[in-house]
Design a binder for this molecule. Structure first.
Ligand code: NAD
Length: 255
């Protein structure tokens, strides 16, 4: 019960890595607010988690690419739970592999809004509440922020921006006792990963190839990412801030 009666917002908390975070925090007694677009998956998961407990979950429909929707959702969460201890800025999109020639300015702007601007807005509007609890901010970036990825210029740039925000904000908020960290997953088995693979010529061999990139020969699980987030949200990590935690199963070793 490492998050008992404490409140967390998980953007994109209905599926994939966000779902893993929602499950882990609820299992530790947390009050979990799932913010996502697909209302069916979100409300189903919130219902399931509230039933199994020991924590409790609510679903709030929110497109994080629309700043006002995110601002309103944060206020609803604080009204519902009476507090906020952590925001996990996790929701994100990965477009199909595309060259820079075929990436339009509009597509770049749109992705910046969903992956990066949402991280800025989520952090900015959570901070007044996190000041009261000495809470934490966790930004779901990617190993591609530091390694790059072929035909993913726009995506990698948004993920790099999240890391830079993490470091600067950690300096700004450290003296107030608010910690800010980022998680940089390599390859995690999620709907996003499978959707991305399906845009490639041979999805099965692509999934096999990305599994073998980790020294364990497999992708990470959503629960493994949730447990890293839990560590960053509790006092177990009280001396960590501004860090880009490379949750990559050894994928960057032995290049
Ligand atoms: N899966 C991986 O291997 C991997 C690797 C590195 C980084 N990441 C990052 O982790 C995060 C989660 O990825 P995932 O693989 O779990 O994705 P996913 O597509 O499996 O799940 C994404 C979740 O975000 C929600 N979402 C997407 N766009 C949204 C929007 N505009 N507003 C509200 N909710 C929205 C979806 O409803 C869903 O709940 C992303 O930021 C992604 O960039 C994933």
């Amino acid at each position: 019960m490492r998050f008992k009666d404490r409140a967390v917002i998980v953007t994109g908390g209905s599926k994939g890595i966000g779902e893993g975070c929602s499950r882990v925090f609820c299992a530790e007694g947390g009050l979990v607010a799932i913010l996502a677009r697909g209302s069916e998956a979100g409300s189903r998961l919130a219902e399931e988690l509230s039933k199994t407990g020991p924590g409790r979950a609510i679903y709030i429909s929110c497109d994080v690419g629309q700043p006002q929707q995110l601002i309103d959702a944060i206020e609803i969460v604080v009204k519902s739970f009476g507090r906020l201890d952590c925001i996990i800025n996790n929701a994100g999109a990965h477009p199909p592999a595309t060259t820079i020639d075929n990436t339009t300015i509009e597509q770049m702007e749109e992705l910046m809004r969903i992956n990066y601007l949402s991280t800025f807005v989520g952090s900015k509007y959570a901070v007044p509440h996190l000041r009261k609890t000495k809470g934490t901010i966790i930004n779901m970036s990617s190993m591609t922020a530091v390694l790059g990825q072929e035909h993913s210029t726009a995506y990698c740039a948004t993920k790099g921006a999240q890391v830079s925000l993490t470091k600067s904000l950690a300096i700004e908020l450290g003296r107030e006792g608010i910690r800010v960290n980022a998680i940089l997953p390599s390859n995690i088995d999620t709907p996003l990963m499978r959707d991305w693979a399906s845009t490639l010529d041979d999805p099965n061999s692509a999934l096999d190839r990305v599994s073998k990139l980790q020294v364990f020969g497999r992708m990470g699980t959503i629960e493994e990412m949730g447990r890293i987030a839990l560590f960053l949200a509790t006092d177990d990590s009280s001396f960590l801030t501004g860090q880009a935690i490379e949750a990559e199963g050894g994928a960057s070793l032995d290049y």
